[in-house]
Design a binder for this molecule. Structure first.
Ligand SMILES: Nc1nc(=O)c2c([nH]1)NC[C@@H]1CN(c3ccc(C(=O)N[C@@H](CCC(=O)O)C(=O)O)cc3)CN21
Ligand SMILES: O=c1ccn([C@H]2C[C@H](O)[C@@H](COP(=O)(O)O)O2)c(=O)[nH]1
Length: 277
């Protein structure tokens, strides 16, 4: 995962001090792109141990269209706890926008189902897009994430904002525009999650996985992650692991946790870091 380490090194070396919503302070760069050829193994960071279980359950939770953390809690995943209400609500976040974007007339759009249909039937289309960015439900910044969720707004505006698919020579590629990236904690999750989504989409559309292209807007290192960053940059990356997906699943909504097997994941030990809220 030298691409990820290059991003980390670039922001450490050239990032500029910038204040942020959480009051933590960051080193920040605006605009960066990475490309992962999914034929060359699964892009899971190896210079610290990554908890793939949380990543898979989070992706399955998005695909279910859920916005309450109950499913995550049932599976021991706590990464969204800090932003949810007492009842576990996050407001109309990713799952809601992906599966039931409100048309405003009582009906809704299932963007995932539609993009699968378009990839299958109109693979040359340049409109194979899913958007999580819905200005009508953005949080009111005078209130906390929990207060926003309680008022029916998104607890946080989506970080992975928009993604586009592209079909060429029997291969499916995906490019993500991520408006804001916490390089130490969030970005390893985002890379693995979209790489997996691209592989799942390719399988159900009878295509091979191509590239995952990750475009970042505000790419930042939080000031309280800098020691962890040094430790990570001192480590040599291992070869990428591989991901096996149960080939029998042909419905994008038909995957379950046991359909995924990570092989040959060799990593350095986990590195703890505080999450900025
Ligand atoms: N500051 C910040 N960074 C993020 O990455 C982030 C947010 N906020 N808010 C919303 C979601 C939640 N995400 C998170 C939240 C926590 C971890 C985290 O603590 N990861 C640890 C433990 C992993 C686990 O429990 O499975 C890690 O070491 O990766 C990762 C992603 C990504 N997002
Ligand atoms: O999937 C995700 C979700 C969140 N993040 C990070 C990026 C920022 O550090 C925070 C969100 O704060 P904003 O002020 O709304 O940008 O969470 C991530 O990296 N990946």
């Amino acid at each position: 995962m030298k691409e990820y380490l290059a991003l980390m090194r670039h922001v450490r070396d050239t990032g500029v001090k910038k204040e942020d919503r959480t009051g933590t302070g960051t080193l920040s760069v605006f605009g960066y792109q990475m490309r992962f050829n999914l034929q060359e193994g699964f892009p899971l960071v190896t210079t610290k141990k990554c908890h793939l279980k949380s990543i898979i359950h989070e992706l399955l939770w998005f695909l279910k269209g859920e916005t309450n953390i109950a499913y995550l809690k049932e599976h021991g995943v706590s990464i969204w706890d800090e932003w949810a209400t007492e009842e576990g609500e996050l407001g109309p976040v990713y799952g809601h926008q992906w599966r039931s974007w409100d048309r405003g007339d009582g009906t809704s759009v299932d963007q995932i189902a539609e993009v699968v249909e378009q990839i299958k039937n109109n693979p040359d289309s340049r409109r194979l897009i899913v958007s999580g960015w819905n200005p009508a439900v953005l949080p009111d910044t005078n209130y906390s994430p929990k207060e926003n969720a309680a008022m029916g707004k998104q607890a946080l505006p989506p970080c992975h904002t928009l993604f586009q698919f592209y079909v060429l020579d029997g291969k499916l590629s995906c490019q993500l525009y991520q408006r804001s990236g916490d390089i130490f904690l969030g970005v390893p999750f985002n890379i693995a999650s979209y790489a997996l989504l691209t592989m799942m989409m390719a399988q159900v559309c009878d295509l091979e996985p191509g590239d995952f292209i990750h475009t970042l807007g505000d790419a930042h290192l939080y000031s309280n992650h800098l020691e962890q960053v040094e430790l990570q940059l001192s480590r040599e990356p291992f070869e990428r692991p591989t991901m096996e997906i149960n080939p029998e699943v042909k419905d994008i909504f038909g995957f379950s946790f046991d359909d995924f097997t990570l092989k040959n994941y060799q990593s350095h030990p986990h590195i703890k870091a505080p999450v900025a809220i």
